[in-house]
Design a protein around this ligand. Sequence first.
Ligand SMILES: NC(=O)c1ccc[n+]([C@@H]2O[C@H](COP(=O)([O-])OP(=O)(O)OC[C@H]3O[C@@H](n4cnc5c(N)ncnc54)[C@H](OP(=O)(O)O)[C@@H]3O)[C@@H](O)[C@H]2O)c1
Length: 288
Amino acid sequence: MGKSYLDNLVGVFGHPVAENPTVVMIEAAFHAAGMENWRYLTIEIPPEHLAEAMKAVTTLNMKGINLTMPHKVEVLRHLDEISEAADKIGAVNTVVNRSGKLFGENTDGKGFLESLRKDGGIDPKNKRAVVLGAGGAGRAICIELALAGCRHITVVNRSANRGEELARRIEEKTSARADFMALTPGFAVPENTDIFVQATSIGLYPDTGAKPDIEYDSILPSMTVCDVIPNPPHTEFLTEAERRGAPTLDGMGMLVYQGTIGFRLWTGKEASVDAMKSALQREFGVAD
Ligand SMILES: NC(=O)c1ccc[n+]([C@@H]2O[C@H](COP(=O)([O-])OP(=O)(O)OC[C@H]3O[C@@H](n4cnc5c(N)ncnc54)[C@H](OP(=O)(O)O)[C@@H]3O)[C@@H](O)[C@H]2O)c1
């Protein structure tokens, strides 16, 4: 089969989507695996065109598609089947075209868990977690932590209604216990916390000096402290945690692992974590 024959198309639909970095890491993984007739396309789709765009996935015989803002919830209406976790999270970021039937999965929380296990050596079973943020990333992480056996999750969020809704969702959909605390200046992390996750968008490029307004002296060396921000991978939040002697995990690990899960679902092959990480580091201008 000639290299110019591209029957293996995947990509991402978003709005706006131009800055989405996924193409860089997935194309690096295709290249590392010698999969020269695969392509990842970054496609701008406004909300009013999502239905047609999802039809096009099967019409063009694409192998699958990622969804990013603002499509992760709306896409549920256009799928034939979704995973149990995606159903509990209430959002999908990865769709697989299975012989014309569209299957939805959510890889954000799964990527976080893989980074926690592989890079952090932490098994969430019976652990106590505190998660800052109740948006898409916070929701996926909380549900996956709970499904992985986390005993208790405290959701901490600026707007109470979103945070309380997530704490309720965790208790309704999983066997973990959950509560809500307001994200107010001086918020102190309870000292029995095992896993402390920053899942708000605070600190994302170009706002790189920003960090959540919390009591950083409440972070203990016994806590594993994680940030979802992939760019820059080394955030002010993680710097503060390191100063208190806590082991840390950055958002680039989560991004790469969630990409490897999508890659596996679409291709049936394992992606090169090293190739994906190096490509992202080059893209974000950070040293290896
Ligand atoms: N590493 C990865 O693989 C990965 C995957 C997905 C997302 N992410 C990152 O995760 C971050 C969040 O994404 P998302 O999809 O969850 O966004 P989202 O749905 O818009 O949620 C944003 C969250 O951040 C909170 N927040 C934003 N600005 C705040 C501020 N100034 N003070 C206090 N809270 C603030 C929001 O609180 P309110 O509810 O009060 O508004 C909400 O909880 C983004 O930076 C994204 O890049 C990383």
